[in-house]
Design a protein around this ligand. Sequence first.
Ligand SMILES: Cc1ncc(COP(=O)(O)O)c(C=O)c1O
Length: 488
Amino acid sequence: MKTNINKLLISSTLNIKDALQVINENGLSACFIVDKDSSKMIGIVTDGDIRRAILRNVDLFSSIMEISNRKFHYASIGDTSEKINSILSDNIKILPLLDSTGIPVDYATISHLRYLPIYEPSLHGNELSYLNECIKTGWISSQGRFVKEFENKFKEFINVPYALSTSNGTTALHLALVVLGIGPGDEVIVPDFTFVASINSIIYTGATPVLIDVNKDTFNIDTSLIEDKITHRTKAIMPVHLYGNPCDMDEILLIAKKYNLKVIEDAAEAFGSEFKGIKTGAFGDIGCFSFFGNKTITTGEGGMMVFKNEELFIKAKILRDHGMLPEKKYWHAYVGYNYRMTNMQAAIGVAQLERAKEIIEKKIQIGKGYRRELCKNILGIRLVKENTNSVNTYWLFSLVIESELGWNKGKIQQKLQDNGIETRNLFYPLHVMPPYNKYIKKDDKFHVTEYLSENGFSLPSSTFINDDNIKEIARIFSETYQMNTILK
Ligand SMILES: Cc1ncc(COP(=O)(O)O)c(C=O)c1O
């Protein structure tokens, strides 16, 4: 659960009674006063301050600034738990945690230390104002200016001729397979190590998924294993750019060309990633993206398909809209779907795209920061290999603990959790889960997927993570590692 800092904040323009109200509701005996324009913290007021003011007959409707403590104790959001704990005392029961600009983003008490979630969306651009526009104008369904605008800006960003928004990433993948004519009797190649939506979308069509192990250096489909799995029924390959790391699209396209296979890129986790200067999603016949709340850019729920071929785009658009022909309203030429995105989702998407470069840049910096700090003094952490040909946008910064080097994954995750740092296990291999183990074929081996899944996890990766957070996380790794090796 992410901290709700808003329950502690009060604008400097309000009065003492308002502060009493805030304190009464938050139950934390204090509130943080923020400047109305800059949102920076400028004072703190406790219930004791208000009690003393009442005894001095101060008017409850006077400005909160009259009784605020402007010289207050605080810590930085990246400070270590030790430092934060050392400030908290019987006198200082609540400590604001500020970001580098002085804005309060969290708080600490003896029973609540700051919390770094695995992901949280960054929604402080025009998201709210564009959403407001949808509500005010009544354009809340799938018509309205933002849907077209989002699609147009998205295709420009990826540098492809056509883009079509969908209700989510899973519907984008399903529609992509349908439009490419994939159905019962066909086989589609997919990595064993991915989120279930990749394989589910294949199963929805009636086609059979063919599972392939992944590469230990990239966590992506092992291209050297693909050709052995191709049969006369194979119709397509679905490479997944896992955790933001691009697949080697040269190798995949080469195989696809040799065997006349379609390529549906699952770029749900790789918005903005690049292979040889080209954005992921732009290589295949169709590229699919997800804008779920934890994705690099989000629309709450939402998806996008990108195409090079106009015919495929038109067909997908008709099928997305109940199979209705655009030139003949309410005439349905196909059994289609309702896979449309709403104007409200697209409004958020347009605002997110306005900050896409900034968000991507920040995520790349976070990835590089983790790499730098984790590789300094610590042995036995496996990261995906850096590839000079590609740009990894590190959707979730993921690593694998080499258990043979004295690490214990559970121990380090627990230590991080104790310090308010959330981690998330890597995906389970698909083949071990009940709905999918029927797709295992004789002699199939998934050693790498099993190894990564068992030993890996992701670290907090949202754009709010700063250098101090990364250093603290690396310090916890380093201490736990040394303790482990000493104890052995
Ligand atoms: C690899 C992958 N494919 C597909 C999806 C499906 O996207 P959505 O959740 O938007 O349906 C996701 C994300 O959730 C994903 O991580």
